[in-house]
Design a protein around this ligand. Structure first.
Ligand code: K1U
Ligand code: ZN
Length: 176
C-alpha cells in the first residue's frame, strides 16, 4: 500500500469532475487500499479520489472510533434525502480549517462495493454528512463553497499565510 499526496485548496485540480468507474478491477482495489491508508494516516474520516488527483468516482469513509469500519463507495448516487443537520466539517484538502455546514440529515445512497456489487445504504448523522461531503468532491465542490464569500476569502488568506510560513520554515531548516 502507499500513502498518496492530498491536493490542497485552492488547487484547480480539486475543481475537476470525476468520471464513473466502468470496471471494478485490481487497479480500482489498489486505489481503494492506498486511499484508505492515506485517510487513516492523515488522520481523516473520509477521502475522495479527486483529492489524490485521480478522476474516478471512488470514496472511502470510516466514521468509527477505532478505524474498524471502512465503507467503500464506487459511483455513489444519492437517491433520496430528507431533513436537515448542521455540523462542523473539516477537510484534508483544507488543512486546519473547520466550519459549520448545513446538509441533509438522512440520505439513501446507491453504489458499488470493492467487488463491483451494487448496494443500497441508508445513512444519517455524521456518516450522511461525510458521504455528502465526499460526493461534493467528486463533483469538483469543496466544503468551503457552502460558506459565504467573506468566510471563503478569509480561509484563502489563512491558507496562503500557512503556506508562506511553511516554506519559510523549510527554507530556514535548509540553511541551518
Ligand atoms: O477531506 C476529506 O474529505 C476528509 C474529511 C471528511 C469530513 C470530516 C468532517 C465532516 C465531513 C467530512 C476529514 O476527515 S477532516 C478530519 C476529521 O474530520 C477528523 C480527523 C481525525 C479524527 C476525527 C475526524
Ligand atoms: Zn474534503
Amino acid at each position: 500500500m502507499a500513502i498518496l499526496n492530498v491536493l490542497t485548496y485552492p488547487d484547480p485540480r480539486l475543481r475537476r469532475c470525476a468520471e464513473a468507474v466502468k470496471v471494478v478491477d485490481d487497479d480500482t482495489r489498489k486505489l481503494i487500499d492506498d486511499m484508505a491508508e492515506t485517510m487513516y494516516t492523515a488522520p481523516g474520516i473520509g477521502l475522495a479520489a479527486i483529492q489524490v488527483d485521480v478522476r474516478k468516482r471512488v470514496i472511502v469513509i470510516d466514521v468509527s472510533e477505532d478505524q474498524s469500519a471502512l465503507n467503500v463507495f464506487i459511483n455513489p448516487v444519492i437517491t433520496a434525502s430528507s431533513g436537515e443537520q448542521e455540523r462542523e466539517e473539516g477537510c484534508l484538502s483544507v488543512p486546519g480549517i473547520y466550519a459549520t455546514v448545513k446538509r441533509a440529515e438522512s440520505i439513501v445512497v446507491n453504489a458499488l462495493d470493492r467487488s463491483g456489487s451494487e448496494f443500497i445504504l441508508e445513512a444519517n448523522g455524521v456518516l450522511a454528512v461525510c458521504i455528502q461531503h465526499e460526493i461534493d468532491h467528486l463533483n469538483g465542490k469543496v466544503f468551503v463553497d457552502h460558506l459565504s464569500r467573506i468566510k471563503r476569502d478569509r480561509i484563502r488568506k489563512k491558507l496562503s499565510k500557512q503556506e508562506r510560513r511553511g516554506s519559510e520554515t523549510l527554507a530556514g531548516s535548509a540553511v541551518a
